[in-house]
Design a protein around this ligand. Structure first.
Ligand SMILES: [Zn+2]
Length: 143
């Protein structure tokens, strides 16, 4: 898949209204399914599909952004655990799923993909207010 066929590169995914912040190498978005509250996607700003395609510096910065964002999510949702998922089977463009797992989690031993559920899509005003709340506590990116 080249970057012209990639929905992360052409900007059709994730939706603009889900955008939280520019983190440096990545942009953060609230995932469109909020069945697991706080599920966030960290999308690399350039097209790459494997960690070994990145320079050592990019990999270091990427994992630093993953860690900083996860710390914010863990505190905001008082998470028991953060799940870190970098899969790429459906969309190879590097994007991390960062998923707070909470004390009331319906299936705490399962990866989210194995928990059958109806996707929870937030109403536009709820989505906007949650994204705005996250922006107020987000780690500041120093370019
Ligand atoms: Zn891409």
């Amino acid at each position: 898949m080249n970057d012209h066929a990639c929905k992360a590169c052409v900007g059709t995914w994730p939706g603009r209204e889900h955008f939280i912040a520019d983190c440096g190498l990545t942009k953060a978005y609230l995932h469109d399914d909020q069945f697991f509250p706080g599920w966030t996607v960290l999308v690399l700003k350039r097209h790459a599909t494997e960690l070994f395609h990145l320079s050592r510096e990019e990999r270091s910065s990427l994992i630093e952004e993953v860690a900083q964002v996860s710390a914010v999510l863990a505190e905001e949702w008082r998470a028991v655990k953060i799940n870190y998922e970098l899969l790429g089977n459906q969309l190879p463009h590097i994007h991390w799923h960062l998923i707070p797992r909470l004390s009331q989690d319906p299936a705490p031993l399962e990866p989210v993909w194995r928990v059958t559920h109806e996707p929870v899509r937030l109403a536009p005003e709820t989505l906007a207010s949650r994204v705005n709340r996250l922006r107020t506590i987000w780690p500041t990116h120093q370019p």
